[in-house]
Design a protein around this ligand. Sequence first.
Ligand code: FE
Length: 217
Amino acid sequence: MAEYHHHDHVHLDHAPISDHGHEPRAEYRVLERAVRELLIEKGVVTAEDWRRQIELMDSRNPSMGARVIARAWVDPAFKQRLLADAKKAADELGIDTANAPRVMALENTPTRHHLVTCTLCSCYPKAILGIPPAWYKSEAYRARAVKDPRGVLKEFGTELPDNVEVRVMDSTADLRYLVVPLRPAGTDGMTEEQLADLVTRDSMIGVTAARNPTSVS
Ligand code: FE
């Protein structure tokens, strides 16, 4: 999308979707260790910084995003703030987004559905959703999300009526996307916490809808 799509991480060749979940190739593991040890040796970062960053990243997960979405479903004023500035809105719920790239929230409507990818690598709103799933980084997903979004959606069990426009959003290092799924029908009496249980990671990437209340045990 943006011409200046530059990246804050090393680009790897990713295995096809059927092959995901494998360990990184040996040469990349060696490269990672060499760069890390050099940065520590040169005093650019400390081993403690490194460890703390990994711990912080591991502590983030999709339940944070689910809280944001549930709040937006019950509080129209919050939803407007979320659509205006997603990082600031997440901050209101105690989600630390200070050092994260910009995040834009995209609201699904009965006639418009958003599907998020990163065609060049794996840019993702990590501050709000944590680490992306392996399939998100796969070459198969990144290529097919753009060429055949409805086919990809179908693979995730999502069939949209023909009158729903599908917008594929290509993330960049500077701008990440968070989908605000449609609030499912039959959820009028539910609490914010119960609603958050319906918001899955995949629905915030846009490959599925939010869960139906009847499908929740
Ligand atoms: Fe990327």
